[in-house]
Design a protein around this ligand. Structure first.
Ligand code: DAT
Ligand code: MG
Length: 136
């Protein structure tokens, strides 16, 4: 167990569909804390950097276009095992495979518009927090 920080982002479809309050309530109910939070439209550069590991994938351009298509809610969430706890709360990448009760299982429509992003490792969390909040 370790005290961790993770970068969480509510994607444009979920903001447009007014799921922000429900998603924040679910995060707080797990006992994790919201340290920072901001509504913003990502730049193309931020989107490409966030998804750099997927640059060779056929869906890369679609992913960048989607994530920059409207405002997102950027957050730093902290607490005991925050990275894994958030990944569990989010559910599987493809909403079709995500269990009911998870954020993607309840609100996801398809794999591209899968509602929420969460860092997958401590290294990714620090990189993403620096990228989106300009912190070290
Ligand atoms: P995760 O967001 O669960 O970490 P990932 O890192 O594999 O998943 O992919 C990043 C994002 O890319 C994912 O949230 C949605 C999009 N994506 C993944 N696979 C896709 C596919 N086959 N078609 C379209 N978009 C996809
Ligand atoms: Mg990932």
């Amino acid at each position: 167990m370790a005290l961790e920080r993770t970068y969480i982002m509510i994607k444009p479809n979920a903001v447009a569909e007014r799921h922000v309050g429900d998603i924040i309530a679910r995060i707080e109910r797990t006992g994790l804390s919201i340290e920072r939070m901001e509504l913003a439209v990502l730049t193309e550069e931020q989107a490409e950097a966030n998804y750099a590991e997927h640059v060779e994938k056929p869906f890369f351009r679609e992913l960048v276009d989607f994530i920059t298509s409207g405002p997102v809610v950027k957050m730093v969430v902290s607490g005991e095992s925050a990275i894994k706890k958030m990944r569990t709360l989010m559910g599987a990448t493809n909403p079709i495979d995500a269990a009911p009760g998870t954020i993607r299982g309840d609100f996801g429509l398809d794999v591209a518009a899968n509602v929420i992003h969460g860092s997958d490792s401590p290294e990714a969390a620090e990189r993403e927090i620096a990228l989106f909040f300009g912190e070290e």
